[in-house]
Ligand binder design. Sequence first.
Ligand SMILES: [Ca+2]
Length: 352
Amino acid sequence: MKYLLIFFLPCFILLGQQQVSTCHVPMPNRYKVQPGSKQKKTSSSYLGMKRIPAGSFMMGSHDNQGRADEYPLHPVQLKGFYMDESEVTNADFAKFVQATGYVTTAEKAIDWVEMSKQLPAGTPKPADSLLSPSSLVFVPTTGPVNLNDYSQWWEFRRGADWKHPQGPGSSIQGKDNHPVVHVSYDDALAYANWAGKRLPTEAEWEWASRGGLKNERYPWGSASVNVAPFKANSFQGNFPQEDLALDGYKSTTAPVKSFQPNGYGLYDMAGNVWEWCADWYRSDYYKQSPRLNPHGPSKSYDPDEPQVPKRVMRGGSFLCNDSYCASYRNAARMKSSPDSGLQHTGFRCVKD
Ligand SMILES: [Ca+2]
């Protein structure tokens, strides 16, 4: 934890300035605040869930389009389970908050007293304004930018949270059926526990995404994401400056179920919002993954940011684009620290 906090400290200093993220490189990370309200489990049902059959498949990238962490292709065998047919919506999340009083990570100020206990003695406290509640919001650029400089299109905005996706002045009014965003892994886990469900393992997520198809690149098969009829909410045009929104949704979420489901009846497994999975992330996990019901490594390791423990995210978002991210592929992996939330990050749950 000490190293984790040391790593995070520069982030605090930069709060209020532009911060970083992308769907291609490591997500930004936020200091881990104290756990929120106690959640009481509700009685759960399978309403709105689809049965995902038991089976075996080859997990990972089947072609040369994958990133390094998608190899080697390896066999996986899974038990059957149920999965939410859509991403958890604002209306769903509102019920949870109303029932529990839960406060999300993005809505909490950073606890300096707690944080300072684990930092080197004498570390100066940042200004209070830099510790205020905030989250990351996408801001399109006015022209071409270096795609390796993700701070060009992400802004750490005070007051941005699940009820204010673009920050103060924005709202989710009329967006009950949009996926909830700005939720951290911790938030997603709290919701899942309350709902009597759990987050999917990474293997479960990929198996479900494939929808019964074998060795295909996308949940719908092999057709390009950019060819009408559109298969997912992604980003058309020159990322990150000009989203042509040919799919009808310009750099924002679409209502869940706006596109055709995959073979298992699951909507938006590609695009719309990133979805948290239960597993810790390791870039080399596929070299050691057990064949039967893998649950991820015991410890996280991301060579891009080895100090930061991270959880897996899957499915890509409305910002994914063939020229930059392409994470609407079944095999594409992403990772972020459990206390991070962004404008393009949500989740769905599973149940045994
Ligand atoms: Ca779109």
